[in-house]
Design a binder for this molecule. Structure first.
Ligand SMILES: Nc1ncnc2c1ncn2[C@@H]1O[C@H](COP(=O)(O)OP(=O)(O)OP(=O)(O)O)[C@@H](O)[C@H]1O
Ligand SMILES: [Mg+2]
Length: 303
């Protein structure tokens, strides 16, 4: 029995190894992003002095695969250097795709994106991403302590900087109450969905990015998280650009301008009031957020 058991165990180990090797080869076969700009940056003094929007889409069409229909088409959009831009639209409208394009996870098929008025091709992926911070919808936390999570992109951040962002997201008291404080491993603590999102937000707020991209969680978050989220958005929007994919009415109402996306196209843009008056779909989306009339809008806005 002994040798036979050993033999079957080894066959199992061999099979696992073969499968793992196959997956490693798959990863190795994936193309590597170019580390340098694909065209030399052209210095154009006239352009530099003009206050270009920090990000711009010019006739952008993109699809996920050669056989897939375009996920977004003919997108023309400017993201100003300051203020809060909210993107709303039905599920599958292409909202997350817009973020993937900004972050260069996906390349446009037609058209181009501009950063500081210069095409993305003239920047390296690293240069573009260094200007952005992204809070995902399903906020992941990395294995390690709270400190590791916060310093993920900036390992040299100081204690004072960490404290500042924790205060901004109203997690300072929670962290102080833990026996090991910032050195508490995240797996050992019970972190709620709201706290995870606040940790991700604190990570994104560290070293104040120029553009904060926030894909709001669809799940209902607690009031404290919602309040912390809005305070952070407001603070960042005063000095930089914030783009949110809004799933809550309070975020939509907070925005300086709103972009309505439908079927991969921009359908309308404007303020809440303008869109409420002019756009059917926007009205329906707002209604779906359980707001039918201005009376309710006012009451929610004051909460
Ligand atoms: N990785 C992917 N591969 C193939 N198709 C995709 C992929 N991601 C999104 N799509 C398709 O692109 C379109 C736009 O999707 P996107 O994720 O941008 O929608 P969304 O507006 O963010 O929706 P939601 O509100 O549900 O998050 C959809 O038709 C979707 O099926
Ligand atoms: Mg999405």
């Amino acid at each position: 029995m002994g040798p036979i058991t050993e033999l079957t165990q080894n066959v199992t180990a061999l099979q696992a190894g073969v499968a793992a090797a196959g997956r490693i080869r798959e990863v190795e076969a994936i193309g590597v992003e170019p580390s340098a700009p694909t065209v030399a940056p052209r210095e154009d003094p006239a352009r530099e002095t003009r206050p270009a929007p920090v990000l711009a889409f010019r006739g952008v069409t993109a699809r996920y695969g050669p056989d897939e229909p375009p996920a977004v088409r003919g997108i023309d959009l400017d993201i100003p250097r300051r203020g809060h831009t909210a993107v709303v639209g039905p599920s599958g409208a292409g909202k997350t795709t817009l973020f993937s394009l900004i972050l260069r996870f996906l390349e446009p098929e037609h058209g181009e994106l501009l950063l500081d008025g210069r095409p993305y091709r003239a920047w390296s992926h690293e240069q573009v991403r260094a200007r952005l911070a992204y809070v995902e919808q399903e906020t992941p936390v990395v294995p390690g302590t709270i400190r590791d999570n916060l310093r993920f992109a900036h390992p040299d951040a100081t204690e004072a900087e960490l404290r500042e962002v924790l205060t901004a997201v109203q997690l300072d008291e929670k962290v102080d109450s833990l026996p090991d404080g910032l050195d508490t491993p995240l797996s050992s603590t019970e972190v709620s969905g709201g706290q995870r999102q606040r940790i991700a937000l604190a990570r994104a707020m560290l070293r104040t990015p120029e553009v904060l991209l926030l894909d709001e969680a669809t799940a209902q978050l607690d009031g404290l998280t919602e309040a912390a989220l809005h305070e952070c958005i407001r603070q960042r929007a005063a000095v930089g650009a914030v783009v949110t994919i809004a799933h809550r009415l309070s975020t939509v109402l907070d925005a300086d301008r709103i972009v309505v996306l439908d079927g991969g196209r921009i359908r309308a843009q404007g303020t809440h009031r303008e869109l409420l008056a002019a756009d059917d779909l926007y009205r329906r989306l707002v209604e779906a957020l359980r707001i039918a009339a201005d009376r309710d809008v006012a009451s929610v806005a004051t909460v």
